[in-house]
Write a protein that binds this ligand. Structure first.
Ligand SMILES: [Zn+2]
Length: 430
């Protein structure tokens, strides 16, 4: 059960200062014209000094006095966009979106605003809203590769690989070197091939595509577990409920490997969609307990990503998913003790990155157990609230080690020492 990190969508369009010369409006009195001009001059000064809030305040007041003047609208819109860029960079995506929404109300025809707002909504998992605004941007200004790429990403997140491919295949013709695009196209093609004959079923928060031949009762079982996970896991993380529909693919064992190119030791994964085979290669359907374990594990990734975004340490993401979905059993503890005693254990810092997927199954298993043990340790000692604070700090863009220090007053090395003490007492750091 593996979560591949998706690249963070970064569409930051630098706002261009559009400072126009003011011509007195015929409709307004000379006193109002003078006041508007004064506010605008003040706003421009703040804007040049990159004091976005002060610039916005001045332009807003000028706009309130005279909403019909194009120069004031443009200046206010630019200041709002500049502030939105700063907020987006600082991972405060919801506030960035609020600034862009205001800018669009004032200057609704600017395609870049719609594109930028679409990127924010995509990051907030508001996929339908993202599509609406990115489509608007593309309609108003077609032929911008970044916009078509982002539109493809939004379609893909919406479970529509065919429409995503149409956008991406155009982009790769004009920008063959666009990072990661060729891989995304290849993956989407595999999915489109395998899933062409799949059926669809929706529940309140999930949209499931499933292999033909999947029984009605198996599907109902999976959806009931998912809806329960939505409530329970969301509550556990302090009331986190991502807007739906959350994409789910239910495969046969063969289709799962064809789409993911992963071996049988991988039981499910989340890469923006929850993907799992409902049966093994012999056609044996997963029993209730195993199905629940896998779906709770993957759904935890959905929640973690909604809080943090894509830059979440691997060990934390997997450790949380394991802690929510299963227990550390005595054989697991034995395995951990053995790993720590024989120096086969990783340092937790080594388990931050997401390239672990390709480890041999044996090492991957140790990595999962360590991730589970580390999160369990933090959870047992400091509780869920502190874990939520850790996630929030990461979501605000704090670096992994700084967030760990902030939430737990610990370095990675100290966390390693504590785990080693638990599982191999008396053994020194390697
Ligand atoms: Zn996982």
């Amino acid at each position: 059960m593996i979560s591949a990190a998706q690249r963070r969508v970064a569409v930051i369009c630098a706002a261009v200062a559009c400072i126009l010369i003011l011509v007195g409006s015929a409709a307004a009195s000379p006193a109002v014209n003078a006041k508007v001009a004064e506010l605008n001059t003040k706003g421009v000064e703040h804007y040049r000094a990159k004091q976005w809030d002060a610039a916005i305040a001045a332009f807003r007041e000028a706009y309130r006095l005279d909403p019909d003047r194009a120069a004031i609208s443009a200046n206010l819109s630019n200041a709002l966009q500049a502030k939105a860029d700063v907020l987006y960079e600082a991972s405060d995506v919801a506030s960035a979106a609020a600034h862009l929404e205001e800018a669009i109300r004032i200057t609704p025809d600017a395609p870049r605003l719609h594109l930028h707002l679409g990127a924010c909504y995509l990051r907030m998992d508001r996929v339908a809203d993202a599509i609406r605004h990115i489509e608007e941007a593309v309609e108003r200004e077609p032929g911008v590769p970044e916009a078509h790429d982002l539109l493809g990403q939004a379609y893909y997140r919406d479970g529509d690989a065919a429409s995503a491919l149409a956008q991406w295949e155009w982009v790769i013709e004009v920008k063959p070197d666009r990072p990661g695009l060729a891989e995304r196209i290849e993956k989407a093609r595999r999915e489109a091939d395998v899933e062409a004959t799949y059926n669809r079923r929706d529940s309140r928060h999930f949209r499931v595509s499933y292999a033909p031949g999947t029984s009605y009762s198996d599907m109902r079982r999976a959806l009931t577990i998912l809806e329960r996970a939505y409530t329970e896991v969301g509550r556990r993380f302090g009331g986190v409920y991502p807007p739906g529909p959350i994409q789910v693919r239910v495969y046969t064992a063969d289709d799962f490997s064809r789409v993911t190119l992963l071996g049988e030791h991988v039981g499910a994964l989340y890469d923006g969609a929850i993907r799992l085979p409902l049966s093994d290669r012999t056609g044996q359907v997963l029993d209730e307990a195993e199905l629940k374990r896998r779906l709770y594990h993957e759904y935890t990734h959905v929640v973690v990503r909604h809080i943090v975004g894509d830059d979440v340490p691997w060990w934390l993401n997997e450790g949380l998913a394991e802690t929510v979905s299963t227990e550390l059993m005595p054989p697991d503890v034995e395995r951990l003790e053995q790993a720590y005693r024989s120096d086969a254990a990783f340092s937790i810092a080594e388990l931050q990155e997401h390239q672990l997927l390709r480890l041999p199954p044996e090492s991957l298993q140790i990595a999962y157990l360590q991730a589970h043990a580390a999160v369990r340790h933090l959870h047992a000692r400091y509780g869920q609230t502190r874990l939520n604070q850790f996630l929030t700090a990461l979501g605000n863009g704090t670096a992994h080690d700084a967030a760990l220090r902030q939430a737990y007053r610990r370095t990675y090395a100290q966390l390693d020492d504590e785990l080693r003490k638990q599982y191999a007492p008396g053994r020194r750091r390697r």
